[in-house]
Design a protein around this ligand. Structure first.
Ligand code: ADP
Ligand code: TZD
Length: 599
């Protein structure tokens, strides 16, 4: 950093004078008591709005911002790569309904954070990526500044809104706009560009204080129209085989008691999407999760609550829904509760859109169903129960097997028990097989306890999500990771150790992407593209930073190590050796994988 800093001062003396290097410790530019500066105003604006944590990675021009934020009592969690800080911010946003803040340096740091910003927008997680940026005059004339990049233009298409603040007196408005954009309506990612010069700008302290905005009602309730609610209730009442689908929008809304009441009072079977698991306990008798492939094609009226009919639901049509071919409509009628008025009809016709926030919509529906609602026909419920019992029994048999080496089932049978015994623990999950099997095998008991790859199926969320989950909730975190998935963020085990977070990482290690038994068909020396070093000792990575590393080759060893991790709350990494032939290509989404026609 020294040499870069020196070079920057040399080439841009005027800038260096006006805005002393942010990494110098800030001594050169301490405002007088009557004055404030850009650094302080950013911090005060965030604090004023109840934002108490920053996830980021320091460097020019935001180094001093991280120091001063910590000095001002904020929690500043420093990562080893901005992408992980970004994922942390986004999931903190999901968990708290306050925008998670990711703070990065200019150009490369900004770009590293951008994947997480785009992912947050895709998943409807509220987040603000705040990046320092280089000098506008030089960037705009493309004169070759240190880390030169037109960041605002690049961020804009990947987020809900993007803003830049040039003057200290506008910081209050800039942060207020960013907060509103992130959390109101459909939540999403927001970019806030803060050029280096802004931080050192000074202004009168009193005027600065007055310029800040405490956002009133940042995510206003959106009450659904009465006729929309009525239309939905009538359609629901007419159903012979109704089904409720709960999505992560329902989990986000934190309307847990009303959602449960709606499901239970109507008696309608429900399916939780992955991150809606636990909204009602997965063991709930109305859960149709174990009969998913039966209920989707058979249902006649489906009520979506905070879930989109995207690829994860086969776009609401095709064979999954009983359609004759891949694109054919299965004949279901849909009710869709969503805060976004544009969501309805995105894939199939929505007969009863209810636009509003989940909390307001569900309470309006509850008021409408009253005390006399007839439960769904018994033959529908019985048919589901029959399938469910059969599948649960079959799964029980598979889980009870004890093959050597372990497979996904025998390892996840342990995880299932540990989560059952620790229902407050947060489960982070990524991989392909490691994801799909965990989702179906490990029951969740409480809302917002399962955090995973979401709408994009993105690898790399693991350690960022784990850090944020532990920091935000104070609860233990269990991260179930494919060995490939873990590699995307593995260096953050240092972060986990540094902050001494109660995170237990379990790597389901099958020596590669999807599985580890492929060979190079040419017989050449390079390994096949999907395989890794055999028997890699990932647990040593955790030991390197003072955490606990365990290699587990049997379910008993895995159980012992997980129990100990949860008891001790020490950063722990368990390297669970899984049969390298156990996985399938792309897990459950093999069909999306274009392959050459077999001869
Ligand atoms: P899943 O992947 O679980 O199916 P999606 O991410 O596809 O869920 O869908 C979430 C939906 O929830 C989005 O369409 C989003 O607009 C909606 N949503 C998010 N927050 C709220 C809220 N507070 N009230 C209503 N809808 C919401
Ligand atoms: N890169 C990114 C950012 N996201 C992705 N989803 C992928 C690549 C492709 N991909 C998957 O969809 S799953 C996966 C990759 C690389 C890893 C699967 O291997 P794993 O899990 O070891 O994590 P299993 O249990 O062996 O299947």
């Amino acid at each position: 950093m020294e040499s870069v800093t020196a070079a920057r001062k040399e080439t841009t003396p005027a800038v260096a004078e006006a805005a002393p290097d942010a990494t110098s410790g800030g001594q050169a530019n301490v405002p007088s008591p009557q004055e404030t500066d850009g650094f302080r105003l950013v911090i005060e604006a965030l604090k004023l709005n109840g934002i108490d944590t920053i996830f980021g990675l320091p460097g020019i021009p935001i180094t001093d911002l991280t120091r001063k934020a910590q000095a001002a009592g904020m929690r500043v969690i420093s990562f080893r790569h901005e992408q992980n800080a970004g994922y942390a911010a986004s999931i903190a946003g999901f968990m708290t309904r306050k925008p998670g803040i990711c703070l990065t340096v200019s150009a490369p740091g900004f770009l590293n954070g951008l994947t997480a910003l785009a992912n947050a927008t895709t998943n409807c997680f509220p987040m603000i990526l705040i990046s320092g940026s280089s000098e506008r005059e030089i960037v705009d004339l493309q004169q070759g500044d240190y880390e030169e990049m037109d960041q605002l233009a690049i961020a804009r298409p990947l987020c809900k809104a993007a803003f830049r603040v040039l003057h200290a007196e506008d910081i209050g408005v800039g942060i207020a706009r960013a907060i509103r954009a992130a959390v109101s309506g459909r939540p999403g990612g927001v970019y806030l560009d803060l050029p280096a010069k802004l931080f050192a700008q000074t202004m009168a302290a009193e005027a600065g204080r007055k310029s800040l905005i405490k956002v009133v009602d940042p995510a206003p309730r959106q009450i659904p129209a009465r006729d929309a609610v009525q239309r939905a209730l009538e359609l629901l009442k007419s159903a012979k085989r109704p089904l409720i689908l709960l999505g992560k929008g329902a989990a986000y809304a934190q309307a847990d008691a009303d959602i449960r009441a709606l499901v239970e009072k109507t008696g309608i079977p429900y399916l939780p999407m992955a991150m809606a698991k636990g909204l009602l306990p997965d063991t709930h008798e109305q859960s149709a999760a174990a009969a998913r492939s039966y209920v989707l094609p058979e249902a006649d009226v489906v009520m979506l609550i905070g879930a989109r009919l995207n690829w994860l639901l086969s776009h609401g049509k095709g064979k999954t829904w009983g359609g004759k071919d891949a694109k054919a409509w299965g004949g279901q009628k849909f009710i869709q509760i969503d805060i976004s008025p544009q969501e309805a009809d995105s894939n199939v016709r929505i007969d009863a859109p209810v636009v509003g926030d989940v909390g307001s919509c569900v309470s309006a529906l509850l008021a409408g169903i009253g005390a006399t609602w007839a439960k769904p026909p018994a033959d529908w419920l019985n048919a589901i129960a029959e399938r469910k019992n059969k599948n649960v029994a079959k799964m029980g048999e598979t889980l009870a097997k004890n093959p050597m080496p372990m497979n996904f089932h025998s390892a996840l049978n342990v995880v299932r028990d540990i989560v059952k015994a620790n229902p407050d623990a947060i489960l982070v999950n990524e991989g392909a097989n490691a994801l799909d099997f965990t989702r179906s095998i490990v029951d969740m008991y409480k809302p917002r306890k399962r955090l995973d790859v979401g709408t994009w199926g993105v690898m790399g969320i693991g350690m960022g999500f784990s850090v944020a989950a532990a920091v935000v909730s104070g609860q233990p975190v269990i991260a179930i990771e494919g060995d490939s998935a873990f590699g995307f963020s593995g260096m953050e085990v240092e972060t986990i150790c540094r902050y001494n977070l109660p995170v237990c990482v379990v790597i389901l290690n099958n020596n590669g992407v999807y599985r580890g038994d492929e060979v190079n068909p040419t017989g050449g020396r390079d390994p096949a593209p999907l395989v890794f070093v055999k028997g890699a000792r990932y647990e040593k990575l955790m030991e390197a930073f003072g955490g606990v590393g365990v290699q587990a080759t049997t379910p008993a060893e895995l159980r012992k190590a997980m129990e100990e991790a949860l008891r001790s709350r020490k950063p722990t990494l368990i390297n669970a050796a899984i049969d390298e032939g156990a996985g399938t290509e792309s897990g459950r989404i093999t069909a999306l994988n274009p392959t050459a026609k077999k001869k």
